[in-house]
Design a protein around this ligand. Structure first.
Ligand code: NAP
Length: 266
């Protein structure tokens, strides 16, 4: 098996990487730039890095995460379980679950376009003034948003920034994207829907700035400045998916409970 390891760049994660590399190589597996399996050692943030490092090969890779901090959503193996994980990796045959991704298309005034993929979400914010933009869903005008910004997340990203904004936690078996507002202005003059919204796979949302302002666009752990010449940002569920290795059952709702409520039933 060809493998690659992405680690958080702390002492513990580096040591685990060295140990795992040598164990896998002793078993005849090969570290490769064209891996079949990508192992992330760190936290969910490290998994985001691993995903983007191998994004151009996303159809051919399967991801697995070892957490060296607290339990993660993407990183669900503990360092103490390395032997068990190696045993599974050695077996070569494993099941994988597929999670939906967010596709992001940016149109510029000069006609150029940019396309990005996100595992967690993208956010669109303005810097020093209220963001005003028209939202259309499936080509139909929906609302004019006024506020700090918008977050568009995947189901697996729904436990990250989206959750902090009051969005719903969405099971990754649902092929959907969620739109959540950041501090929208709602009064007798200005009105937004005010609730998080889930769009199914065949729907898209187009966000068009009303005034030419500078945007900050973030996607996953990347933040970039998008200047005035953006005419539209369109988000939809991507046709591409990401695969995570499932060597054992660890239901999503159990992970939610263990991450946000309590480890043991009290
Ligand atoms: P970071 O600011 O260093 O860490 C953000 C936190 O989000 C970390 O604790 C990370 O877990 C956790 N996280 C990432 N993906 C998650 C997921 N799918 N479910 C639950 N928790 C998740 O930034 P980072 O490590 O580079 O991660 C970038 C992510 O930070 C963004 O995609 C965004 O979702 C999130 N973020 C959240 C807020 C907020 O909640 N107010 C604000 C900005 C960004 P680990 O510790 O396991 O890495």
């Amino acid at each position: 098996m060809r493998f690659a390891i992405v680690e958080r760049n702390d002492e513990r994660s580096r040591a685990l990487k060295n140990e795992l590399t040598s164990e896998l190589e002793q078993r005849g597996h090969v570290e490769s730039l064209n891996p079949e399996i990508v192992i992330s050692i760190g936290g969910d943030g490290t998994m985001l890095q691993a995903f983007h490092t191998y994004l151009d090969q996303v159809e051919h890779i399967t991801l697995v995460g070892i957490h060296t901090g607290h339990l993660g959503f993407y990183a669900d193996w503990r360092p103490e379980e390395m032997k068990e994980l190696i045993h599974h990796l050695d077996g070569k045959q494993f099941e994988a679950v597929e999670y939906p991704l967010l596709e992001l298309k940016i149109d510029y005034a000069d006609g150029s376009k940019n396309q990005l993929l996100a595992l967690n979400e993208c956010t669109i914010k303005s810097f020093n003034q209220t963001m005003v933009c028209d939202l259309s869903i499936r080509g139909d005008y929906f609302e004019t948003f006024r506020g700090d910004g918008l977050c568009i997340s995947t189901p697996s990203g729904s436990t990250a920034y989206n959750k902090a904004l009051g969005g719903a936690i969405v099971h990754p078996a649902l092929e959907a994207i969620q739109i959540t507002e950041m501090a929208s202005i709602n009064n007798r003059v200005y009105r937004t829907i005010g609730s998080p919204m889930l769009l199914p796979k065949h729907h898209d949302v187009e966000i068009r700035p009303v005034n030419p302002i500078d945007f900050q666009l973030t996607y996953d752990h990347f933040a970039s400045i998008v200047h005035q010449n953006v005419t539209a940002i369109t988000c939809r569920v991507s046709n591409q998916k990401v695969k995570f290795a499932r060597f054992r059952s660890f239901p999503f709702w159990k992970r939610v409970r263990e991450s946000f409520l309590a480890e043991e039933r009290t």
